[in-house]
Design a protein around this ligand. Structure first.
Ligand SMILES: Cc1cc2nc3c(=O)[nH]c(=O)nc-3n(C[C@H](O)[C@H](O)[C@H](O)COP(=O)(O)OP(=O)(O)OC[C@H]3O[C@@H](n4cnc5c(N)ncnc54)[C@H](O)[C@@H]3O)c2cc1C
Length: 435
């Protein structure tokens, strides 16, 4: 008999699962609460010809299979762009990362940082037990307190002392003393960012990469899961539809999924409740002036500037905006656990414009052609000290009841689009094996 496999969620992870199941003789249906596919990788067309993504999305996968899949999906119509990232702090602009590019900072500050950095080599330090200790041991106290600790509080919404170090990977560069001194003396430094180039679809925003994945897929949109009955293998949706399954793969965020599972033990519910994630408010702006930024992404350290990051969609593809204009997207971070969002996203539009003028990205007399705000409830996983033990309980339970999980919010990791896609493929494989 043909087996019925349900995929919950139609973002990169759900589409990865559908991709893996394409060649299987299974009856595969994808369900999503929204009215179209894409999840976080959806692109938005605003009036006047401006394209924005749900958060800055570019593809920098090193996996050649995924590179080829995405290139084929847009029939080779993509941009290849050299990445430039910069930082803003107290009126100064620096190439990213700051530790390699301190040229232009106050001389006393540089002197202290370089001396502390040099002293680190002479010190025996115990292994760091949290991110703050890792930072202090990598860069010294003054640099840590001036830059990454402040940024952590803004971006992750919790202090570095409340975070683990297992997410860092290549994200935080540890320079040699020679690189630190060189970058303090000159602006001419090597680009050591872990992403040097990226690809982006020429037309339609990042979402164009997804369209071909959906060919031949059975979708059920407007289906918000409200109950999962693991014993009966049944799914219940908010619109009243009920269906059975032989196998199920879910990319629904774990804190939302667990309370929907009938019979989920209290211990598992408590663990899911401890999983923390940021919510991002995105303020999208189109401006009647060409080329407003040298960078694709800019990081902002000052606590009094409302946004943590800016990205510039007009630099990702010339088709993301009308000729002679520019576009930018500001990111402001909140979290239910640490910094709840208490107002509507629209309340941030004017403060963002004020701070864009304050740091010189916009001129006071620039003509704003479009301004819009939105929020993503689930943005970045917070690697706080609760995450790892809580996640082990939640994942253990899902395995026990035969629910496959995948994606950024199913695996609950710091995953890029390619990793979410492959996670979906893996979850489908596991479900197939169990059948
Ligand atoms: C701000 C930001 C910037 C990023 N930048 C990049 C980048 O530059 N490059 C990169 O590669 N990656 C980037 N990422 C990561 C990337 O977005 C993710 O890895 C990937 O999109 C996650 O896909 P997913 O399918 O796991 O989750 P999602 O896309 O969130 O999919 C989950 C789906 O589940 C559905 N759903 C939820 N609840 C229910 C329910 N109860 N019933 C039915 N359906 C439900 C949702 O509607 C959604 O469609 C970024 C992420 C963010 C937040």
């Amino acid at each position: 008999m043909t087996k019925k496999i349900a995929i919950l969620g139609t973002g990169m992870a759900g589409l990865g699962a559908a991709h893996r199941l394409r060649s299987e003789s299974a009856d595969v249906v994808m369900f999503d609460k929204h009215t179209s596919y894409g999840g976080v990788t959806t692109s938005l067309q605003l009036p006047g010809g401006f394209t924005f993504d749900h958060g800055p999305h570019v593809s920098f996968t090193k996996d050649e299979r995924i590179q080829q899949l995405l290139a084929d999906n847009v029939e080779g119509q993509y941009e290849t762009i050299q990445y430039y990232v910069n930082n803003y702090w107290e009126g100064r602009w620096m190439t990213h990362p700051v530790q390699n590019n301190m040229h232009g900072l106050p001389v006393d500050l540089i002197t202290t940082i370089v001396c502390e950095f040099a002293a680190l080599a002479q010190q025996e330090r115990p292994s760091p037990v949290n991110y703050e200790e890792w930072l202090r041991g990598s860069y010294g106290d003054t640099f840590t307190q001036t830059f990454p600790m402040v940024y952590t509080q803004k971006y992750h919404t919790t202090p570095a002392a409340n975070m683990t170090t297992d997410w860092i990977g290549p994200r935080m560069y540890r320079p040699s003393l020679k690189e630190v001194v060189h970058g303090a003396l000159t602006k001419a430094t090597a680009n050591i960012h872990y992403v040097t180039h990226f690809r982006y679809p020429s037309r339609g925003g990042f979402m164009s990469y997804l369209h071909k994945f959906t060919e031949g897929v059975q979708f059920q949109f407007g289906h918000q899961l409200v109950k999962l009955r693991p014993k009966e293998r049944r799914l219940v949706f908010a619109n009243g539809v009920e269906t059975s399954y032989d196998g199920v793969v879910s990319s629904i965020p774990l804190p939302d999924l667990i309370p929907l599972i009938e019979g989920a033990p209290r211990e598992v519910q408590d663990a899911a409740h401890k999983l923390a994630c940021t919510t991002v408010v995105l303020v999208n702006i189109g401006v009647a002036r060409a080329d407003i930024s040298p960078a694709h992404i800019s990081y902002f350290y000052d606590p009094q500037i409302v946004f943590s990051r800016l990205s510039f969609p007009y630099k990702m593809s010339p088709n993301n905006m009308p000729a002679g204009t520019s576009s930018l997207q500001a990111e402001l971070y909140f979290s239910t656990k640490y910094r709840p969002l208490t107002t509507s996203p629209e309340q941030f539009i004017e403060p963002v414009i004020r701070d864009l003028v304050r740091c010189g990205v916009l001129d006071a007399n620039d003509k704003i052609l479009v301004k819009q705000a939105m929020k993503l409830d689930y943005a970045n996983i917070i690697f706080d000290l609760d995450r790892s033990p809580a996640l082990a309980i939640v994942h253990g339970y899902l395995t026990e009841i035969g629910v496959g999980y995948c994606g950024r919010y199913g695996d609950w990791g710091y995953m890029w689009t390619d990793e979410s896609f492959k996670s979906g493929e893996r979850a489908a494989e596991t479900v197939l094996k169990a059948l």
